[in-house]
Design a binder for this molecule. Structure first.
Ligand SMILES: NC(=O)c1ccc[n+]([C@@H]2O[C@H](COP(=O)([O-])OP(=O)(O)OC[C@H]3O[C@@H](n4cnc5c(N)ncnc54)[C@H](O)[C@@H]3O)[C@@H](O)[C@H]2O)c1
Ligand SMILES: O=P(O)(O)OC[C@H](O)CO
Length: 431
């Protein structure tokens, strides 16, 4: 095994079921079993699951009366039986057709993380990043590192990079689009002629185009064709955690149910659960607005207003997102699902969030221009905030917190003034 392969293997934090069981680590064993519920069925699966259950209940079960323990075990076992039954019926995407190549547009943090996630699972498949910077391509191809965005991680050998669009796209069966929203239109225009009309595009970008007020699900078809197959992948998913192989749940939204199912099977792994939905608008608007709300959460953090204020702010933000999203046609299940509440929680409370970091620095009194100049990564909420106000007007909803974020970003009021004004708003009935 080469040094590179060894390093790569060490970075794969597989929860090893056998080790966890041997060490009596019940929590890790249960986590391992849950993660493995996505894997294809194995001959010894039933025995393993039974061992996991007894290992897990041995320590903790003493707290419960015997009847309760029996009930718990029986419910768990029927859940596991149900899971095994459905997994045994499921056809994996690799069984259906041989996966040979995926192209990724944009080799920033998330494009790279999605490329790595797929490449680790499909070692015979090539994942090609299409970049603009030849020096970064060289690092990726020779050092197997994305030295600009994720320098602490070694990339699998089946991830490569090029600046040549035709070469990147040739032979690809899926395209992942990870170019920031504000640059998407120009980028797609530049490669449009090279894109086969049947090549599915999986957009992971979250935001609203400022010049048109359009979501990605409007931008992409307006540049390509209305019939171009597209899926919108969203949900709580920090790039670094995906790189570390930490458990992650996302949602694949498409009007084409069969395509959403294909993308579910493409990305599902022991580390990744993928829900499907046809609610494209819901997934997209939640993914865009949570970035704006995360800036507000960062401001509250930067001003050191405390957990009461943070909880009130996030709850109010959730309500505002729900008011607007519902008027735009989003489903309730989406708003409380992974791309809604899930991503709101991650981005508002997770310290890895770039949007939240912008807010923290604003709250501490830094100027927006300085904050943006000091970061090479995109915080989509900054641009999106500017157009939320237009959507609020169009759909006749009041969005005090999201509007306040736009005011602060615009430099019209300070973060402190915004908090003061929000607190002074008329008291309302909850809705
Ligand atoms: N980073 C995350 O954890 C994460 C998670 C989920 C979704 N997203 C979303 O994915 C999208 C990309 O985010 P990221 O984290 O990879 O951003 P990033 O800032 O890390 O990288 C952006 C990439 O886009 C490229 N790019 C910028 N302008 C371009 C242009 N004009 N033409 C072509 N390429 C251009 C950059 O060179 C870079 O490769 C964003 O919409 C973001 O909201 C990010
Ligand atoms: O780092 P952020 O704030 O762009 O958030 C990244 C992802 O959208 C989290 O799901």
């Amino acid at each position: 095994m080469t040094a590179l392969q060894q390093q790569e293997q060490q970075q794969q934090p597989l929860v090893d079921l056998a080790d966890a069981l041997a060490a009596g680590d019940a929590a890790a064993a249960v986590a391992g079993a849950a993660l493995r519920s996505q894997s294809p069925p194995r001959p010894a699966q039933a025995a393993l699951d039974a061992a996991v259950v007894s290992a897990a209940t041995a320590d903790a079960g003493l707290l419960y009366p015997p009847e309760e323990r029996k009930e718990i075990r029986s419910s768990w076992n029927s859940l596991m039986r149900w899971s095994r039954y459905f997994r045994s019926k499921e056809e994996s995407i690799t069984e259906r057709f041989k996966l040979e190549k995926v192209v990724v547009f944009g080799g920033g943090s998330f494009g790279t993380a999605m490329a790595v996630s797929l490449a680790r699972q499909n070692k015979d498949m090539q994942v090609t990043l299409l970049l603009r910077d030849p020096y970064l391509c060289k690092d990726i191809n020779e050092l197997h590192k994305n030295t600009r965005y994720l320098e602490d991680f070694v990339l699998p050998p089946n991830v490569n990079a090029t600046t040549a669009a035709a070469e990147a796209i040739a032979g690809a069966q899926f395209a992942i689009h990870a170019v920031p929203v504000q640059h998407t239109r120009a980028f797609l225009q530049s490669i449009k002629e090279l894109l086969p009309p049947a090549l599915p595009i999986i957009s992971v970008s979250k935001g609203i185009e400022v010049t048109t007020g359009q979501l990605m699900s409007e931008v992409i078809p307006s540049v390509l064709s209305k019939k171009h197959p597209t899926v919108y992948l969203s949900g709580p998913s920090f790039a670094k955690e995906v790189m570390r192989g930490q458990p992650t749940g996302i949602v694949a939204a498409s009007k084409d149910k069969a395509l959403a199912r294909s993308i579910q099977r493409l990305f599902a792994s022991p580390f990744m659960r993928v829900n499907t939905t046809t609610d494209v608008i819901g997934v997209e608007i939640c993914g865009s607005l949570k970035n704006v709300l995360a800036i507000a959460a960062g401001i509250v953090e930067g001003l050191e207003l405390g957990p009461n204020a943070m909880a009130a702010l996030v709850a109010q933000g959730c309500a505002e997102i729900r008011w607007l999203a519902t008027k735009m046609g989003a489903k309730a299940a989406t708003i409380s699902g992974l791309s809604g509440l899930g991503d709101i929680m991650l981005t508002c409370y997770g310290s890895l969030s770039r949007n939240r970091s912008v807010g923290v620095r604003l709250g501490r009194g830094e100027k927006l221009a300085d904050i943006l100049a000091s970061s090479s990564q995109v915080a989509e909420g900054v641009a999106t905030a500017a157009v939320v106000v237009n959507l609020a007007r169009k759909y006749r909803v009041q969005l005090p917190v999201l509007t306040a974020v736009a005011q602060v970003l615009d430099g019209h009021i300070t973060a402190k003034q915004a908090v003061f004004e929000i607190m002074a708003l008329p008291q309302i009935e909850e809705r």
